[in-house]
Design a protein around this ligand. Structure first.
Ligand SMILES: Nc1ncnc2c1ncn2[C@@H]1O[C@H](COP(=O)(O)OP(=O)(O)OP(=O)(O)O)[C@@H](O)[C@H]1O
Ligand code: NI
Length: 309
């Protein structure tokens, strides 16, 4: 249900995040972990962010919510509903308009009853009753403590806590690892239903397969940059429809496509790469790839590769 022409709910342009660190003695250095990252999310849309460990997915979420550590430096533009997300605006919107579905139930307070946790600071008893009903949490759940919940119930409590208000953007950071498949499937259904209500969902995951089942579009991260953003249909179709060699490699690595891995590893955070971040592992690399690569529109998606067709 993505309407054309309406401004995006979330719009990120050329985001860069670096950390100030002390080297030996008093010398400081800047460790850049995200560079020139751009994405947009429309109302009613699930954008999945896929990419290997350390590619910058969680830091992106933290930058949107304004919860990066104090030695982080952020540049570029972050807009929510057309207006710049300043730190004071982030503080105002966090937990209300911009919410996080945390990865683990350890985020629940073990000593607090579920009802009070779900209501938080801004949910009424009436709103709590509505989300309990929506997520099939019986009224007896209200008086329970986290240790008394089953795995499935705990996941539903996390989602209910995040969406009790009128959140416009829901960020789910790796909501499924270690979950029973049925519970993971249910969590995905909840995210889909929230998007179908007109909210925007950013789903961070390692699993391209999972992203293919639930998302509308997928953004692929590598070494702190977006290398490709494309409609989910292209990722389902596979190699020929995809634009970036790394997206193709992710697709090839899926079990049903033969687990073909590529040698090498992602550049370390902070290692400045002057040209394409993927060049060191790319099979179609040429001289040209040592020069900076622009993000370009191609066949209804965007890609950062000078050889993409
Ligand atoms: N406070 C920090 N100081 C310095 N480097 C950091 C800090 N936090 C994260 N990093 C580095 O930034 C990079 C991106 O981290 P991030 O947590 O966003 O990765 P990710 O894509 O979410 O990975 P995963 O899939 O493992 O969760 C990593 O290389 C990480 O080591
Ligand atoms: Ni992460």
């Amino acid at each position: 249900m993505v309407k054309d022409g309406t401004p995006p709910i979330l719009e990120i342009e050329n985001l860069a995040v670096s950390f100030r660190q002390y080297e030996k003695g008093l010398r400081q250095r800047e460790l850049e972990v995200i560079s020139s990252l751009s994405i947009q999310i429309q109302a009613g849309e699930i954008l999945a962010i896929v990419g290997s460990s350390g590619s910058g997915k969680s830091l992106l979420a933290h930058a949107i919510l304004g919860i990066l550590p104090s030695n982080a430096r952020v540049s570029g533009s972050l807009k929510y509903r057309g207006r710049e997300l300043t730190s004071s605006r982030q503080e105002k919107l966090r937990g209300r308009e911009l919410v996080l579905v945390p990865q683990s139930v350890t985020y629940l307070d073990p000593l607090m009853k579920i009802g009070a946790q779900v209501r938080g600071t801004n949910g009424s008893a009436e709103a709590q009753r509505r989300v309990f009903e929506k997520y099939q949490l019986g009224s007896e759940t209200e008086e329970m403590y986290p240790f008394q919940l089953s795995g499935g119930m705990a996941r539903r409590v996390l989602v209910a806590t995040a969406v009790i208000g009128a959140a416009g953007l829901i960020i789910a950071d790796e909501p499924t690892p270690g979950l029973h498949p049925a519970v993971a499937e249910e969590t995905m259904r909840h995210l889909r239903a929230l998007a179908d209500e007109g909210r925007s969902v950013m789903l961070i995951t390692h699993e391209l397969d999972l992203a293919c089942r639930v998302a509308d579009r997928i953004a692929v991260f590598y070494g702190g940059t977006t290398v490709e953003v494309a409609p989910v249909a292209d990722f389902i179709q596979g190699r020929e429809a995809l634009r970036h060699p790394y997206s193709k490699a992710l697709w090839n690595a899926l079990p049903q496509n033969g687990f073909q891995a590529i040698p090498g590893s992602q550049p370390y955070a902070g290692r400045k790469v002057s040209g394409c971040v993927f060049a060191a592992r790319c099979q179609i690399k040429t001289e040209e790839c040592n020069r900076p690569v622009a993000f370009q529109e191609l066949r209804g998606g965007t890609v950062r590769c000078c050889h993409a067709t």
